[in-house]
Design a protein around this ligand. Structure first.
Ligand SMILES: [Ca+2]
Ligand SMILES: [Ca+2]
Length: 506
């Protein structure tokens, strides 16, 4: 039996491309009576008019194309506003700025001034200052329940997602979620700039940051000052949950708290779990608790191979400040020592961590993809089944459940043939290689399989589940998934087995 399944069909049937993190599904559609559609011809003015005329919850669907922002940008001045693309594909709608720091340093992409705002399924790029700003300065009430979902943010002159706090006690920015998004610089900040973070939230209570890829949060080429952490909570952050994020090639990883709040508490509580942090040779630190009591740092993988930091500070985990008491550091797999600023910080509880990981702990030659920080079935001790069981962790970075005793790091090996870690899935052939507009896949078995295409930076370009019938052929139209010419990895997963082939599009 021969099956032809072009990927155009998948788009039409509602399947969409997301980061394919394990906990990412499409947002539900709103009631039709609450939805309007804006086109590129109507522009940002059309979006703004739709916001200004809202009298209740309103979803503003953006038709595919580019929407330019500059000195005029999008201000979400009403509660209950959702802005999302019609197609659900983040590549189809571009909020396009004028370039990083090209204006006065005060113009944004989307400024959120009211509560229950959702931004989803679009790209924001080349923005003067903040691509997304949650802005208390012009808004006296709460800006709670912000949701940022499946958004690609690339290049902004300062923090890529920023929540600033004016100091008014009537304000709050609680219960937000940032998920399933890619937040990055193309390379780094420009020039001598270093004032940035991927996500920088002040006064944020009970936020969840999960299943994101954050990349290249780095200082400009003409300075040696570090950029801020890829994810930073400070100015009285409370109890964030930060999990299953992949942080790649950044100066610093995730920080609960910041020394700038001394002598006060900067963040209280919070859990960092199942994050994978792949640094560069001069990355300063992976995970930090600074003036943050009761932080839990559990089952993260931190790897920053090579080099000597110009700051002479190079740690996997750092605990700093006299107020940073009662912290738990457990089951982390790291390649560099932890650091306790012992004159200031009480010693945390340290349980079954490994601070001397080498490449032999991981499944494959390391590249810029943190997926390759999967634990190898042959990892030296202590690693597999060497962790401490804890109710604070119920799954791993790919949402797999625990198997046997807890493993060290963000990856749990669920079977002896965990994905990408052992025997190939046999009976799979991809052809031709190189390919042009179509890849054929021949599967010589029955069962549910997942097809995943990633680029050389580990960015997932396409995911699809299909039911394979023995000896069947499938065809992928690569024109439909916008692949540029170059090298890709195509993976077929079935059960606990996987097969990956390197393929070239030309
Ligand atoms: Ca285990
Ligand atoms: Ca796993």
């Amino acid at each position: 039996m021969k099956k032809i399944i072009p990927f155009l069909f998948f788009f039409l049937s509602g399947i969409r491309i997301v980061n394919a993190q394990c906990n990412c599904t499409a947002l539900p559609a709103p009631p039709a009576s609450q939805a309007v559609t804006i086109t590129p011809a109507m522009g940002v003015t059309g979006i703004q008019n739709a916001i200004n005329s809202a009298t209740g919850p309103k979803t503003i669907y953006l038709a595919s194309g580019t929407y330019s922002v500059g000195t005029t940008y999008i201000n979400v001045t009403k509660p209950g506003i959702t802005i999302r693309s019609v197609t659900g594909n983040q590549n189809d709608v571009i909020i396009q700025g004028t370039g990083m720091l090209s204006l006065s340093g005060t113009y944004h992409g989307i400024s959120i001034l009211h509560r229950k705002c959702t931004i989803a399924d679009l790209t924001i790029r080349d923005i003067d200052t903040h691509p997304i700003e949650i802005n208390f300065w012009y808004q006296p009430g709460p800006i709670d329940s912000v949701l940022i979902h499946n958004v690609h943010i690339i290049d902004g002159g300062e923090q890529l997602i920023k929540m600033s706090y004016s100091g008014l006690t009537t304000q709050s920015g609680d219960n937000g979620i940032i998920e399933c998004s890619t937040i990055e610089y193309s390379t780094s900040l420009p020039g001598s700039n270093y004032y940035t973070n991927g996500i920088d939230l002040h006064y944020a209570k009970n936020w969840i940051i999960r299943d994101n890829v954050i990349r290249n949060i780095k200082h400009g080429p003409s300075t040696t000052s570090d950029a801020g952490p890829a994810i930073l909570f400070f100015k009285q952050g409370v109890n964030p949950l930060i999990e299953r994020n992949k942080i790649i090639n950044c100066d610093e990883g995730i920080s609960l708290g910041n020394w700038g709040d001394s002598p006060n508490i900067s963040c209280y509580g919070g859990t960092l779990r199942n994050n994978m942090i792949l640094g560069h040779a001069n990355s300063r630190c992976g995970l930090l608790a600074v003036l943050c009591p009761s932080a839990n740092i559990i089952n993260n993988t931190v790897y920053s191979p090579g080099g000597v930091a110009f700051t002479a500070q190079k740690y996997s985990i750092e605990v700093t400040g006299s107020l940073t008491a009662n912290c738990l550091i457990q089951n982390n797999l790291c390649d560099e020592p932890w650091y306790n600023n012992s004159n200031l910080a009480p010693t945390p509880s340290l349980t079954t961590n490994n601070f001397s990981a080498t490449t032999s702990y991981f499944t494959s030659t390391l590249s810029t993809s943190p997926n390759l920080l999967r634990l190898a079935p042959t990892a030296p001790a202590p690693s597999i089944n060497a962790g401490t069981s804890t109710s604070l962790r119920v799954n791993d970075f790919e949402c797999q459940s625990m198997s046997g005793n807890y493993d060290i790091g963000a990856d749990e090996i669920v079977t002896s043939t965990d994905l990408e870690e052992s025997g190939k899935l046999s009976g799979v052939n991809f052809y031709p290689n190189p390919f042009t507009n179509e890849i054929s896949i021949k599967l010589d078995f029955d069962g549910e399989v997942e097809i995943e295409v990633t680029d050389v930076l580990g960015r997932i370009q396409l995911v699809k589940q299909i039911s394979a019938n023995n000896n069947s052929d499938y065809k992928i139209s690569t024109e439909a998934c916008y692949l540029n010419n170059g090298l890709y990895f195509i993976t077929i997963k079935s059960g606990n087995r996987a097969f990956t082939e390197k393929m070239i599009k030309q």
